[in-house]
Design a protein around this ligand. Sequence first.
Ligand code: NAD
Length: 334
Amino acid sequence: MRVAVFSTHPHDRQFLDRANGGRRHELLFLESRLELGTVTTASDCQAVCVFVNDRLNAEVLRGLHGLGVRLVVLRSAGFNHVDLTVAAELGIAVGRVPEYSPHAVAEHTVALLLTLNRKIHRAHARVREGNFALEGLLGFDLYGRTVGVVGTGKIGRCFARIMRGFGCEVLATDPHPHAEAEAMGVRYVALNELLARSDIVSLHCPLTPATHHLINASALAQMKRGAMLLNTSRGAVVDTPAVVAALKSGQLGHLGLDVYEEEADLFFRDLSNNALQDDVFARLLTFPNVVITGHQAFFTEDALRAIAETTIANIDSFVAEGRPLHAVGVERLA
Ligand code: NAD
């Protein structure tokens, strides 16, 4: 099968080529993002392979369908960037990577947490400047603190387990509580109670209409003054201007982000020679108590290998049985 692979970076090519050993499928590697203006680059392809910032809205899907594309394979777990209703109407199958390494994302969340708490980002810069003063580097013991986990799916449970290992009390909220989480001592409470009681709130829910701007001004006001917010899920779960206001007032004490609502125009590229156009993002960068990484939580060797292998397995299964191994359909929007 001929597959147009959009948003290709060297690591995508390396791991996909390896998983596609023996060249079972013809992979056409494209650096461009999939959007309306680049749809035609998938001419002569029966499938497209995309990442999180490719846009598969109704127009793009119709364009792909017109070219003969019948399969979309996502190199991600999240599928909020695909109009699944239109894909189903057009008969385009969508496959995803439901699980590649929940550990990769959970461990990166812990890296953000520890960096913010112990001010590693500031300490590193200071020591390199020959400044060994401790003022401004005061942290707190994690042991005994309360951590709130929003979404106890694969990643949320992994993160909760690590936090339990630190000796934290872990509260969680999820419309589908998980027995494994309860068995490790996680207590399910309503979101309001989680926000009010947690010293650290970490987001691990998918982006859906129900979770869009879940953390807005009112949610931030319910949090403990000076608490920490971590978001490694999807940018739009957080209302960023509201977060900037909470940081300015001191209501929010620390912010760790791996995702950002407007990241599609920023992340995965070297823009170091350009003027930053996003004023909200630029404001975030001015706070000493904010640490941002550019959607790299998934970025481990183990995860990339698993993503590539599942992606090729999705294509294999479509060729053999007319359906990707891990199909995602409209029912997932419920
Ligand atoms: P998952 O499907 O295993 O778990 C998601 C959980 O969120 C489920 O238990 C679900 O019931 C829960 N949920 C749904 N709506 C909720 C709500 N309103 N409030 C609280 N919980 C809610 O998914 P996962 O593999 O754990 O991944 C979670 C998210 O992490 C993904 O949707 C994706 O957006 C994000 N992610 C980010 C990266 C990264 O590199 N930063 C990588 C992978 C995944």
